[in-house]
Design a protein around this ligand. Structure first.
Ligand SMILES: C[S@@+](CC[C@H](N)C(=O)[O-])C[C@H]1O[C@@H](n2cnc3c(N)ncnc32)[C@H](O)[C@@H]1O
Length: 240
């Protein structure tokens, strides 16, 4: 039988925001892999910890967020190598990934390196975008609206145009770009509704609606931003 690699999205952090399918996959896993930092910490593993069997073999994998591309590639290659060896040993592995597996996820980097000789299954998870939008009551899209989801770094050159066109914008990986985002909002011709959600679904979750209170150095890596030009009240009222 071909070995099988199952990616399981564990949601944004709260242990009760896993799907029933995710819980079932984790509970029945004999071998569980996840990326961990140098201290061995893994957000995905912590989120799923209540459902990991004490008998399961755990496979922490190296992970690098270094600005040095070579260091990041090296960590991914090593992670893929360990997954391949573990697949040969255990036949089936559950890989835990934060949020949804196909949205800005480490899983997407590992997949091409390990997928050739094994079966793949992907179990969706609640994304940070969905959870944070619900937590902050920020409507993502309705009727014919467009929703733009981008990493903050790649969005910056186009952000003012998107907002001027009335698009709703979700910025992932926003923590280190808040100063630049605030400057764009200051320069916008129409008022922009701006919401920052930090550590969504965790007990330390924060929702900040005034960009003046956003501060790069204080925000956690788990920070997401929602932006949309305010609509004139008259227009909103007519549409009800
Ligand atoms: C590597 S991406 C993981 C995205 C994840 N796969 C998803 O589906 O949402 C990490 C980025 O997701 C966002 N993020 C993930 N979890 C979050 C949370 N609990 N609260 C706020 N933002 C979060 C942040 O923008 C963070 O920089």
């Amino acid at each position: 039988m071909r070995p099988k690699l199952i990616a399981v999205g564990v949601g944004p952090g709260a242990p009760d925001l896993l799907t029933l399918r995710a819980v079932e996959k984790i509970r029945s896993a004999r071998a569980i892999a996840y990326t961990a930092n140098r201290r061995g910490e893994s957000y995905a593993r912590t989120t799923a910890s209540g459902w990991i069997s004490p008998e399961a073999v755990e496979i922490p994998l190296p992970f690098s967020m270094s600005p040095d591309r070579a260091a990041r590639l090296q960590a991914r290659r090593e992670a893929a190598r360990r997954i391949r060896s573990a697949l040969a040993l255990y036949g089936e592995i559950v890989f835990l990934t934060e949020g949804d597996p196909l949205l800005y996820s480490t899983w997407q980097h590992l997949l091409p390196a390990v997928a050739r000789n094994c079966e793949i299954e992907i179990c969706p998870g609640i994304s940070a975008m969905s959870a944070a939008a619900c937590a902050s009551e920020f409507p993502l899209a309705i009727e014919e609206e467009t929703l733009i989801v981008a990493s903050a770094a790649s969005a910056l050159p186009r952000l003012s145009d998107w907002l001027a066109q009335g698009e709703t914008v979700v910025l992932y990986k926003a923590a280190k770009r808040l100063g630049e985002i605030s400057s764009i909002l200051d320069a916008a011709e129409t008022p922009i509704r701006a919401i920052l959600v930090e550590r969504c679904s965790d007990s330390s979750q924060r929702i900040l609606t005034d960009p003046k209170s956003w501060n790069d150095s204080e925000r956690a890596y788990f920070t997401i931003v929602f932006l949309k030009a305010e609509r004139p009240e008259k227009e909103t009222a007519h549409e009800n």
